[in-house]
Design a binder for this molecule. Structure first.
Ligand code: MF3
Ligand code: CO
Ligand code: CO
Length: 252
């Protein structure tokens, strides 16, 4: 992707903060008894009220405004009439478009009381995302990020998902480079100053092969663990600068 100009960076900062605020707002409604469709409607209404658009809606035929991935769902879960119950864990993934730019962020939320098992996995995914972000250097590589994520996840006894990962982002939702959750330091595509990427590791409890499910009318796939075990993910949109990086979807 081509480096952003100053006013384009300001738009990425603004949409990043908007997506982060949306995620925090929607997440505040997570409790036993709510459906994922209700969370979707909350996100849709909030986003439009801010003069923005939910990027997933209609994207390659995706039918909803957010992704809601519950328990063994790895990512791209489609909101439906599923009622969240005590002990569930859910990743909510929000992407907003404002003034032609995308901000993409996700986080895990606990429905009532989560098990220690779920909390540990969730902590690992959060830490892995930050380890990946901290490995960003201008003109470093995506391998630096993947190496840091993989190292942290495997040390904790978990498994990073290799098939899906982060991406370039800006005027387009998903662009180059692919940002894997494994890799070798110094290898892979360059991290160019004044471009944006997402860092979004997905962490599984087991090494079992993942399942890919179709969504009617869409080319987007839903991913689930192969054995019904849990998966956790966090995501930030990050600007690579000439001296380091700036997390655009973090609320201070
Ligand atoms: N927000 C997801 C990501 O992090 C992509 C969702 S695409 C959709 O890349 F179509 F499923 F919404
Ligand atoms: Co993303
Ligand atoms: Co996302």
């Amino acid at each position: 992707m081509t480096p952003l100009k100053a006013e384009e960076i300001r738009k990425m900062e603004a949409v990043g903060q908007l997506a982060a605020a949306c995620l925090q707002y929607v997440g505040s409604f997570v409790k036993p008894g709510i459906t994922t469709n209700e969370l979707d409607k909350i996100a849709y209404d909030w986003t439009l009220s801010k003069g923005a658009t939910p990027a997933p809606l209609g994207y390659h035929g995706f039918p909803k405004s957010i992704c809601t991935s519950v328990n063994s769902c790895i990512c791209h879960g489609v909101p439906d009439e599923t009622i969240l119950k005590n002990g569930d864990v859910i990743n909510i993934d929000v992407t907003c478009i404002k003034e032609d730019f995308h901000g993409d962020t996700s986080a895990m939320f606990f429905v009532g009381n989560a098990s220690d098992m779920a909390k540990k996995l969730t902590d690992c995914a959060f830490e892995a995302m930050h380890k990946g972000i901290e490995a960003i250097t201008p003109n470093g590589t995506v391998g630096d990020i993947g190496f840091a994520i993989n190292k942290h996840v495997t040390r904790k006894g978990y498994y990073p998902v290799k098939e899906i990962g982060g991406h370039g982002i800006g005027r387009i939702f998903h662009g180059d480079p692919f940002v894997p959750s494994y890799g070798k330091k110094g290898k892979g595509e360059l991290l160019k100053p004044f471009t944006c990427i997402t860092v979004e590791p997905m962490v599984n409890q087991t090494e079992v092969a993942i399942k890919e499910l179709s969504i009617p009318g869409s080319s987007i796939k839903v991913y689930e663990t192969g054995d019904g075990s849990l998966s956790a993910q966090f995501e930030h949109t990050v600007l690579i600068t000439d001296s380091g990086y700036e997390i655009l979807t973090q609320i201070d």
